[in-house]
Design a binder for this molecule. Structure first.
Ligand code: HEM
Length: 241
């Protein structure tokens, strides 16, 4: 290591930012990983294969990024929306026609939601294709199924909120189909709608599920999901070490 690099990495300023020296030896390389909030999600040593972009295709991380994008745009949309049958549709029309960047905001949320469903399904296919669901990762697969259901649930509940003809009839058909499911079908339909048909009670329930319960569930399970990846020894490709 040159004298200049040595002087810089041993200075108090460098040490106040980075709790390690220049990573040209095994100890400092490990410290780079363990002392950084983002890097510490990864094991100190990984199989070269697991770092290839073609292994994960970045799909899991893309799902996380889309969830964050949807949370941000969703919070902004809440400033311009009210979940009442009298006002919901008018608010959406006003958002699109009178609010600066309103149409962009709505489209970012809508397209982000479509993309998230696609990305989560592709991520699941990738996990299946690489056999990463096998022990010890079976529990993470189960968490993943929960995340898939919650992602679909977020899409379904969000669909009713514009309260236009398309959303009204889509949810009428969707909840009728759910009502025919064996054993729990009619109970689930009753809980979702809060009445005999799609009306104010359904809108209130779909709104609460869409902006609060489902996003909280996704945030919580995603945290456990990513923590499990780490605890299961990193990505499955690392098992070949
Ligand atoms: C909101 C939905 C989801 C998010 C945010 C998410 C996030 C992630 C991330 C960041 C990783 C590590 C990097 C990567 O593989 O790209 C991962 C790995 C994994 N995910 Fe997901 N995931 C989601 C849904 C699912 C689903 C639907 C399944 C399966 C049913 C699943 C099963 C797994 C498994 C088994 C691993 C470990 C893969 C390996 O070791 O190669 N995940 N997930």
């Amino acid at each position: 290591m040159s004298n200049l690099v040595q002087t810089i990495t041993q200075s108090r300023i460098w040490r106040s930012f980075f709790r390690h020296g220049w990573p040209d030896n095994p100890l400092d390389r490990s410290l780079v990983m363990t002392s950084n909030i983002f890097f510490h999600l990864h094991p100190v040593k990984v199989n070269r294969k697991s770092l290839r972009a073609s292994y994960t295709l970045g799909l899991g991380v893309m799902a996380v990024i889309l969830f964050l994008e949807l949370t941000l745009t969703g919070m902004l949309l809440m400033f311009y929306y009210a979940p009442t049958v009298e006002r919901a549709y008018t608010y959406i029309v006003a958002l699109q026609t009178q609010t600066p960047y309103g149409q962009l905001l709505r489209n970012l949320h809508r397209w982000g939601a479509h993309l998230m469903v696609l990305v989560v399904v592709l991520h699941m296919a990738r996990v299946f294709y690489t056999g990463a669901y096998k022990p010890p990762r079976e529990f993470n697969w189960v968490l993943g199924v929960g995340l898939l259901l919650l992602t679909l649930g977020a899409s379904f509940t969000g669909y009713l909120l514009p309260w236009d003809q398309l959303s009204f009839w889509a949810i009428t058909v969707g909840t009728s189909v759910a009502g025919y499911a064996p054993v729990l079908g009619s109970t689930a339909k009753a809980y979702l709608l809060g009445g005999p048909e799609v009306g104010q009670e359904a809108l209130t329930r779909f709104y609460a599920l869409h902006v609060m319960l489902i996003p909280l569930g996704i945030a919580l399970i995603t945290s456990i999901h990513i923590w499990r990846v780490r605890k299961d020894g990193g990505l499955a490709a690392n098992d070949d070490r």
